[in-house]
Structure formats: structure tokens, C-alpha cells
Design a protein around this ligand. Structure first.
Ligand code: ATP
Ligand code: MG
Length: 325
């Protein structure tokens, strides 16, 4: 059985990019293998240094995942900081990582450009991500296309480590990327990202959701004129929700003219509301019982720690890190 590993940062509300690029696959894949899904709160410290905010985000992400269908009986669901071995292995891997490898990181450059502060945690983020993956001997890592380079870095570091100690101590993973939803655009047309402030939230409702959808950037082609669906951010999002027939129907309306971007946005809004209606109801229910959510995370953490030790014991042995207690 394949081991599947993926994480999501507790850096803000989950959005359509997270869902179509990652969560939807996580939920499908819990049926197919031994799945480990975690809330990446160590990673979120790279952009948020407010304890209360991180705590709240962690619970929010847990609620989101569970409401969308993550089943803790099928997948091990935990919080990263409940398994401090992630930080331990990251340190060890860092000693194998040439500075030049991190300097090539595109995610870091993107984030700096977006105004995030250039701290060392953000710079070496792919090393911690490599540790996350290697900790569970993961075969498959379902992620969005934005993460492809980080999986390559992970393979590179594991290869260097194994080569140095002459043993297959760490298992090289494969990415699992759904090309059709590779990068979901945000309301400004760039990659939708929590830290770019351009998201449409999975669990946003009413006016908040409407405002996000209505502010998707489009060009200024007048209502009457024909439009190109393929270059429209609204249509890119519609494609995620609509079946082929519906997509063709809307694309035709674009090409015919007389169909404005406002019309397309209203159709998209209705699709989002419909698609997530059930998950939204479930989330409200779960939010009434946070003790159960905490128990799920605590149980998941226990399982994950036990599993992590299976990799860490031989790693400590090979590296010569003495354990004297
Ligand atoms: P941050 O801005 O803090 O990096 P994020 O919104 O990019 O947050 P992550 O927690 O980094 O979200 O990513 C979680 C998962 O969602 C990853 O597997 C990532 O590939 C996927 N993902 C994030 N944004 C998109 C997007 N716009 N399109 C497709 N997949 C995405
Ligand atoms: Mg990201």
C-alpha cells in the first residue's frame, strides 16, 4: 500500500486553490493508501508570529479539512508541532543542503516579492518540507504545481543523505500533480495564495463571498462584444466547477457577445455556493464540538510520532547523534 503525505499551512483561511490543487485529492486518496495529512504550523511561523492567530488558524484548518471529508479513521490527521521530529530531521537535512540549492527556490522569491519578510525560516522552508515528507517514508505527495520544485529538492536532499551514509535511510518520494487544476488563479489573476490576499474562501459565505467573486479582475471588453473565455480569470474558475457541457455552454456565451463578465461572475458564485453547501453545514456542526476536533488531532499526533520514530532512530544511529536518556 502506498504511503501518502501532504500538509497545509495554518496561515489563513483555506481557498479554492487549496481545495482544487490539494485537499480534494487528499480526500480522494485517503481511500487508496496509508495517508498522513498534517497542519503545517511550523511552516506558518515563517509568515505569522502571533501566537493567538496561529492557534486559531490551526483549529480553523482542522475544521475545514474535516468538513470537506477527511476521515480520521482512514487518514492520520495531525498538527506538525505535535511531532517535533520534523524540526529535528530538518536540522539534519540542512547540514546536507548547499546554500545554492535554496537560492534557486522560486517559492521564496515569489513570497519576498509579495512583501513577506525574508527570514531564514522562509528561505529554508523546502528543507523542513523535505523532512515532513521523508519522516513517513512517503511514496506519493499530492500537491499543486507550485510545489513541484520543492519535491525535487526533497529528493535531492534524501539522495545526498543516503549517499553519504551508504544506506537507503530516507525514501525518495514522487509528486502527484493534477495537471488540469495545476494552478488556480486568484482574484488578481496571480496564483491564488493565502499570503497574497487574493483568495476566494471555501467557507466564505454571503456578502463576503460575493465581494470576492465580484472583484475578480477582467479586461474591459464591453458587454455586447464577444469575449475570449480562455483568457478570462472568471472562466478559469468556472471550469473547476462545471462539467464539460456546462463549460461549453458558457464558453459559447462568451464568444457570442451580449454576455458580460458580471453574468459570468454570478454563475460562478452560484456554482461555489452549491458545490460547498454540504461542507459548510458540516463545518458549523463540527465547530460546536471542538473537544472532538482536539481529540482527533491528539490521536493523530500519537500515531504520527510513533511512525516518525521508525525513521528517526536509524537516522540518529547513522548520523552518530547520541541518545543518552
Ligand atoms: P501560503 O500563501 O501561506 O503559502 P497557500 O495558499 O499557498 O499558502 P499552502 O499551505 O502553501 O497554501 O499550500 C497548500 C496546498 O495547496 C499545496 O499543496 C499547494 O500546492 C496547494 N495550492 C496552494 N495554492 C494553490 C493554487 N493557487 N492552485 C493550486 N494549488 C494550490
Ligand atoms: Mg504556498
Amino acid at each position: 500500500m502506498n504511503t501518502i503525505l501532504s500538509g497545509i499551512q495554518s496561515s489563513g483561511k483555506l481557498h479554492l486553490g487549496n481545495y482544487f490543487g490539494a485537499l480534494r485529492q487528499h480526500i480522494q486518496m485517503q481511500e487508496e493508501g496509508d495517508a498522513f495529512y498534517f497542519i503545517a504550523n511550523y511552516h506558518s511561523l515563517t509568515s505569522i508570529n502571533d501566537g493567538e492567530e496561529i492557534r486559531q488558524n490551526t483549529i480553523d484548518v482542522a475544521l475545514d479539512y474535516l468538513a470537506l471529508g477527511l476521515d480520521p479513521d482512514k487518514a492520520t490527521f495531525f498538527v506538525q508541532s505535535d511531532v517535533p521530529q520534523h524540526a529535528e530531521l530538518a536540522w539534519i537535512l540542512g547540514t546536507f543542503c548547499p546554500v545554492s540549492l535554496m537560492e534557486k527556490g522560486v517559492a521564496y522569491k515569489d513570497k519576498i516579492q509579495q512583501g513577506l519578510k525574508p527570514n531564514i525560516g522562509l528561505f529554508t522552508y523546502p528543507i523542513l518540507q523535505a523532512a515532513d515528507i521523508l519522516m513517513y517514508d512517503a511514496d506519493l505527495v499530492p500537491v499543486g504545481k507550485d510545489q513541484k520544485q520543492n519535491i525535487e529538492i526533497c529528493r535531492d536532499l534524501a539522495g545526498k543523505f543516503n549517499h553519504n551514509y551508504g544506506e537507503e535511510l530516507l525514501k525518495l518520494p514522487e509528486p502527484h500533480i493534477l495537471e488540469s487544476v495545476a494552478v488556480v488563479p486568484g482574484i488578481d489573476g496571480q496564483k491564488m495564495s493565502k499570503s497574497y490576499d487574493n483568495t476566494i474562501g471555501i467557507f466564505d459565505e454571503g456578502k463576503t463571498l460575493e465581494k470576492q467573486v465580484m472583484s475578480i479582475q477582467t479586461d474591459s471588453t464591453p458587454l455586447d462584444e464577444p469575449k475570449d473565455p480562455e483568457s478570462c480569470n472568471v472562466f478559469a474558475l468556472i471550469k473547476l466547477f462545471a462539467d464539460e457541457e456546462k463549460q461549453n455552454e458558457i464558453a459559447q456565451k462568451y464568444r457570442d457577445g451580449g454576455y458580460g463578465y458580471g453574468h459570468a461572475k454570478k454563475e460562478l458564485l452560484a456554482m461555489i455556493e452549491d458545490y460547498f453547501a454540504e461542507a459548510r453545514a458540516k463545518r458549523k456542526e463540527l465547530a460546536q464540538d471542538l473537544d472532538t476536533v482536539r481529540d482527533i488531532l491528539s490521536e493523530g499526533g500519537k500515531k504520527a510520532r510513533a511512525r516518525a520514530e521508525k525513521v528517526m532512530e536509524p537516522v540518529r544511529e547513522a548520523t552518530g547523534l547520541l541518545k543518552s536518556y
